[in-house]
Design a protein around this ligand. Structure first.
Ligand code: FAD
Length: 470
C-alpha cells in the first residue's frame, strides 16, 4: 500500500472507468493509486457483466448452431450435447485471464493497487479496509470516484441468486431451467434470456413498458423482437409484476396488465430480475465530505467530472449517463486529461449501443423518432442483409442497415444495424458521425467484397441516391 505518501490521483473502483482512469493518469505522469474492494480488477464489466455474458452468448450460440444450422452446411453430428460445467469453466477462464491482465497493466504503468474497501475521511484522505483485514490511509490531491453500479431489485422481490436471480446469478446457473422468466426487456435481460433460450429453457420476458430496449430505433426494434420471437422467446409487454412467491418448488409470479386489469399467474423455475442498475456508493462516506448526488443516488458532476467538493471527481456508472463500459472508459480518460490541463472530450451523443444477441443490434446517433421530434427534415436509407452476398453465402442474412441523414446537407444523424456482427459493423458509422460525414461519404468509400460492411455502403447509397443490389 502507499502509506502516507501523497498521490496525485487516487481512483476508487477498479472497473472499466476506474482502471482506465488510473492507467491514463499514470501515463500522464501522475503518481496514482487504484483502490478496489472486489479482489479482482475489471469491475462489473469484467467480473459479472460484459465479458462473462459474451462468453456464454458465444458458447450457447455455438451449441445452437451445431444443433440447428450445421446440418444445412453439410456438417453432421450424431449427437450434440451441452456440458454446462465446461461451458461455465470456459467463461471463468476468460474472466480470470482478463482480470489478471489488467493487474499486469496497472503494474506496467506503475499504478499502486490497493485491495480493499475505500471510504472518505476527508476530500484528500481515503481509509481502506484491506481485504487481508488491515486498514491503511491513502492520501491524494485528486480523488476520482469510480464505484460503478449494482443490481436493482423491484419492490416485493427478494433476489436469492438461486431461484430469483440477478444477472450475476443468471451467469452462473448450475442447471438449465425448464422455464425462465426474465423481468425487464433491456439489453441485459435479452442477452441472458438468449443464452438460456438457446440452451433449451422456455423463456418469457415480462416488461412494464410497451417496448423492448427503449433506446432502440422503433423500426429496427420491431424486426428485432420478431427475430427473438422466431427463436421462441415469448414477450409479455405492458405487464406489471405484482408479486413473486418462491416458497414452493416453482416460482409463481402474479402479473397484471400495466394499465390495470385482471391478474394472472406465470410459473417459472428461475426468475431473472433485470430491471436496471443503480449507482453504487455504499460505505463510501460521501456524506462525510458533502458530495452531492441526485435523487437516484448518482453523483452530480460538471462537464469536467468535478463534484461540488474541490479535488473530488466521479466517472462511469456512478454518474448520470448511459451505464456502459465504453462510456465509463471515455469518462476516465477525459477526467484525467482535464486534471493534466489537457482538453478531454466525450461526445455523449455518439456512444454506441449494442445488444449482443443473434442477430446483434447496434446503433449510434439518433433514432428516427428523435430526429422527427427535433423537427429536422431527413432522409432514410435502408438495406436488408437478405440482399448482401456475404450474409447469403454464410446463410445468416437476417437484419438490416438503416441510415438517417439530414435532408439538406446529407449529414448522417443516426445509424442502426441489425446483423450477426452489428456490434463490429457499427464503428464505421461511429467514425462517420464523429467526423460529421455525409451518407455520400460512406457510399463513395470503396468497401471490400464480399463483406457485411457492404450493406452499410448500400444503405448509404439508398440514403442520398439508389442502392445497386436491391
Ligand atoms: P463498475 O464496473 O461497476 O466498477 C466499479 C468497481 O468499484 C467495482 O469493481 C466495485 O467493487 C468497486 N468499488 C465500489 N465501491 C468501492 C469502494 N468503496 N472501495 C473500493 N472499491 C469499490 N456494458 C457494456 O458496455 N457492454 C456490455 O456488453 C455490457 N454487458 C453487461 C452485462 C451485464 C450482465 C451487466 C450487469 C452489465 C453490463 N454492462 C455492459 C455494463 C457495464 O458492466 C458497466 O457499465 C461498467 O462496468 C461500468 O463501469 P464502472 O467502472 O463505472 O463501474
Amino acid at each position: 500500500a502507499s502509506g502516507s505518501d501523497e498521490n496525485d490521483v487516487i481512483v476508487i473502483g477498479g472497473g472499466p472507468g476506474g482502471y482506465v482512469a488510473a492507467i491514463k493518469a499514470a501515463q500522464l505522469g501522475f503518481k496514482t493509486t487504484c483502490i478496489e474492494k472486489r479482489g479482482s480488477l475489471g469491475g462489473t464489466c469484467l467480473n459479472v457483466g460484459c465479458i462473462p455474458s459474451k462468453a456464454l452468448l458465444h458458447s450457447s450460440h455455438m451449441y445452437h448452431e451445431a444443433k440447428h444450422s450445421f446440418g444445412s452446411h453439410g456438417v453432421k453430428f450424431s449427437n450434440v450435447e451441452i456440458d454446462l460445467p465446461a461451458m461455465m469453466a470456459q467463461k471463468d477462464k476468460a474472466v480470470s485471464g482478463l482480470t489478471k491482465g489488467i493487474e499486469g497493466l496497472l503494474k506496467k504503468n506503475k499504478v499502486t493497487y490497493v485491495k480493499g474497501w475505500g471510504k472518505f475521511l476527508s476530500p484528500s484522505e481515503i481509509s481502506v479496509d484491506t481485504i487481508e483485514g488491515g486498514n491503511t490511509i491513502v492520501k491524494g490531491k485528486n480523488i476520482i470516484v469510480a464505484t460503478g453500479s449494482d443490481v436493482k431489485s423491484l419492490p416485493g422481490i427478494t433476489i436469492d441468486e438461486k431461484k430469483i436471480v440477478s444477472s450475476t446469478g443468471a451467469l452462473a446457473l448450475s442447471e438449465i431451467p425448464k422455464r425462465l422468466v426474465v423481468v425487464g426487456a433491456g439489453y441485459i435481460g435479452l442477452e441472458m434470456g438468449s443464452v438460456w433460450c438457446r440452451l433449451g429453457s422456455e423463456v418469457t420476458v415480462v416488461e412494464f413498458a410497451s417496448d423492448i430496449v427503449p433506446t432502440m430505433d422503433s423500426e429496427v426494434r420491431k424486426q428485432f423482437q420478431r427475430s427473438l420471437e422466431k427463436q421462441k422467446m415469448k414477450f409479455k409487454l405492458k405487464t406489471k409484476v405484482v408479486s413473486v412467491d418462491s416458497s414452493g418448488d416453482s416460482v409463481k409470479l402474479t402479473l397484471e396488465p400495466a394499465e390495470g386489469g385482471e391478474q394472472f399467474v406465470l410459473e417459472a423455475d428461475v426468475v431473472l430480475v433485470s430491471a436496471g442498475r443503480i449507482p453504487f456508493t455504499e460505505g463510501l462516506q460521501l456524506e462525510k465530505i458533502g458530495v452531492e448526488t441526485d435523487k437516484g443516488g448518482r453523483i452530480l458532476v460538471n462537464e469536467r467530472f468535478a463534484t461540488n467538493v474541490p479535488g473530488v471527481y466521479a466517472i462511469g456508472d456512478v454518474i448520470p449517463g448511459p451505464m456502459l463500459a465504453h462510456k465509463a472508459e471515455e469518462d476516465g480518460v477525459a477526467c484525467v486529461e482535464y486534471l493534466a490541463g489537457k482538453e478531454g472530450h466525450v461526445d455523449y451523443d455518439l456512444v454506441p449501443g449494442v445488444v449482443y444477441t443473434h442477430p446483434e443490434v447496434a446503433y449510434v446517433g439518433k433514432t428516427e423518432e428523435q430526429v422527427k421530434a427535433l423537427g429536422v427534415s431527413y432522409r432514410v436509407g435502408k438495406f436488408p442483409f437478405l440482399a448482401n452476398s456475404r450474409a447469403k453465402a454464410i446463410d445468416d442474412a437476417e437484419g438490416i442497415v438503416k441510415i438517417i441523414a439530414e435532408k439538406e446537407s446529407d449529414k448522417i444523424l443516426g445509424v442502426h444495424i441489425m446483423a450477426p456482427n452489428a456490434g463490429e459493423l457499427i464503428h464505421e458509422a461511429a467514425i462517420a458521425l464523429s467526423y460529421g460525414a455525409s451518407s455520400e461519404d460512406i457510399a463513395r468509400t470503396c468497401h471490400a467484397h464480399p463483406t457485411m460492411s457492404e450493406a452499410v455502403k448500400e444503405a448509404a447509397m439508398a440514403t442520398y441516391d439508389k442502392p445497386i443490389h436491391i
